[in-house]
Design a protein around this ligand. Structure first.
Ligand code: SF4
Ligand SMILES: [Zn+2]
Length: 124
């Protein structure tokens, strides 16, 4: 399902993508924080996700962002490359297990696929 975006919303989304990309480059250069310690577990969750798109040998959460700016993230993915997204401690998967938007409750518990998987692993 493609969503219509206003021109100003498109500019905001492009700016957000640029900030994410820059942050990811800094982090991979050892500047601006460390990779999320459980990023491989996140990547394993993504490997089982039907929203993954592989393009030019790289895995993305849905179609790459610039090929589809307007999107419903829980059902189409956010468009980020999975490696840098999984390594970013501030990132979350955009969906829950029902392909609804992820949400955080009053206690700060996130129901995204990554956080649910992390809690399951912590309990094991
Ligand atoms: S971040 Fe979530 S929606 Fe995106 S590919 Fe990974 S599991 Fe799927
Ligand atoms: Zn989460």
């Amino acid at each position: 399902m493609a969503l219509a975006l206003s021109p100003s919303r498109i500019v905001i989304k492009l700016a957000q993508a640029g900030v994410k990309r820059t942050t990811s480059l800094f982090r991979s250069a050892g500047i601006g924080g460390r990779d999320y310690a459980g990023w491989t577990q996140r990547a394993e969750v993504c490997a089982r996700c039907p929203l993954v798109v592989v393009k030019c040998g790289k895995s993305y959460c849905g179609r790459p962002f610039l090929s589809q700016i307007a999107r419903d993230e829980p059902t189409e993915g956010c468009g980020c490359p999975i490696g840098p997204k999984a390594k970013d401690p501030n990132e979350h998967c955009p969906r829950d297990e029902h392909f609804s938007p992820r949400a955080t409750d009053e206690s700060g518990t996130c129901n995204c696929m990554w956080c649910q998987s992390q809690r399951t692993a912590d309990r094991a």
